[in-house]
Design a protein around this ligand. Structure first.
Ligand SMILES: [Fe+2]
Ligand SMILES: [Fe+2]
Length: 337
């Protein structure tokens, strides 16, 4: 078996599967979100695997497949009182969204009657069936299936059940990577701005100053996620990400004192860029745009414009902040930090 080729086929399968649905936004997800998230979680999982002495290949394969059935998730079901309905493990139950197209994943989904199952359970069944089609050792298939199943943690697990579900470090690691990506660090900020601005625009308008000033409420609410992660390495990485977001807030709130320059050259300008393209944001494409078009254009403006020395210095400092932001966002996205 050529591992690189198999991995490539699995990636293509996952990416193709995500495109089988016609809807864009459901709750806090949008069309391109799941693929970008999958790639980031896989990268982070592999890095944590190296640090914790886990099986990096296992994390690569399981990371690729972990959300394979996520696009079946529709709106969260609520009861007559508007309360979200939980299953016996404390997971929110979703409406099941039917794909417009078919492939091997949807065939398996129907064959094993996975409708109504939360996506870590259905994803585990799909993972097992897909990997069995290749020449993986049966132990490896079993382990990958277990990692996918454990990527969501049931509430109120007994100590005994916890040991069963998270017996392998890889199970803990993928859970941690999957929890970190949407909750802490610049990757979480990217998600937050696109959720916040989408709903703000639907209500009428996005208030930049308000958004920035309220960031600490969101950042602080995430501290408990950091503290409850399962491995030491994850808590270390996540705390650094959390501190990074606190620092980002301080930079942004300072930028409010010099609006004109910073909306044009600084982090405030980055926020406004995100808000301008929030319908179905593609993380990697937006990152690429910011690095290869947005930032160079500002550097060009600065070189060409006639400004007094103070304005030029402030614009340069704003550009430097953006440069740092994009560097760190890229490194987070690659699972390095
Ligand atoms: Fe998931
Ligand atoms: Fe995920």
């Amino acid at each position: 078996m050529n591992y690189a080729q198999v991995l490539n086929e699995l990636e293509t399968l996952v990416n193709d599967t995500f495109t089988l649905w016609e809807h864009n936004r459901v709750g806090f997800q949008w069309r391109h979100y799941t693929w970008n998230h999958t790639m980031r979680v896989r990268a982070m999982g592999m890095e944590l695997g190296k640090r914790e002495g886990g099986d990096v290949k296992l994390l690569e394969v399981a990371g690729t497949l972990h959300d394979i059935t996520k696009r079946y998730d529709g709106v969260i079901l609520t009861d007559d009182n508007g309360q979200r309905i939980l299953d016996h493990n404390g997971f929110w139950l979703n409406e099941t969204l039917t794909p417009a197209g078919q492939n091997i994943v949807t065939e398996l989904y129907n064959k094993h009657d996975l409708h109504g199952k939360v996506h870590h359970e259905s994803g585990a069944v799909i993972t097992e069936n897909i990997l069995e089609m290749y020449d993986f050792e049966s132990d490896f298939v079993e382990a990958a299936t277990a990692v996918v199943l454990a990527h969501l943690k049931p509430m109120n697990l007994t100590a005994e059940d916890f040991k069963l579900l998270y017996n392998r470090v890889e199970n803990q690691i993928l859970y941690d990577a999957d929890t970190m990506d949407p909750n802490v660090g610049y990757t979480a900020f990217f998600r937050n701005i696109h959720i916040h601005s989408y709903f703000a625009l639907q209500r009428g308008n996005f208030d930049l100053e308000d958004y920035v000033r309220n960031l600490p409420r969101w950042i602080n609410s995430k501290q408990e996620f950091v503290d409850k992660l399962l491995t030491e390495s994850s808590r270390e990485v996540a705390q650094a990400r959390q501190d990074r977001n606190q620092h980002l807030f301080l930079q942004m709130v300072d930028e409010l004192d010099d609006m004109e320059i910073n909306r044009k050259y600084g982090l405030l300008g980055i926020i406004e860029y995100f808000v301008s393209v929030t319908e179905d944001p593609h993380f990697l494409n937006q990152l690429d745009h910011l690095q290869n078009e947005w930032l160079p254009l500002r550097q060009q403006w600065l070189a060409e414009e006639e400004q007094d020395a103070s304005a030029r210095d402030r614009a340069q400092a704003a550009i430097d902040r953006v440069d740092d932001f994009l560097t760190l966002l890229t490194r987070e996205s690659n699972g390095e930090i």
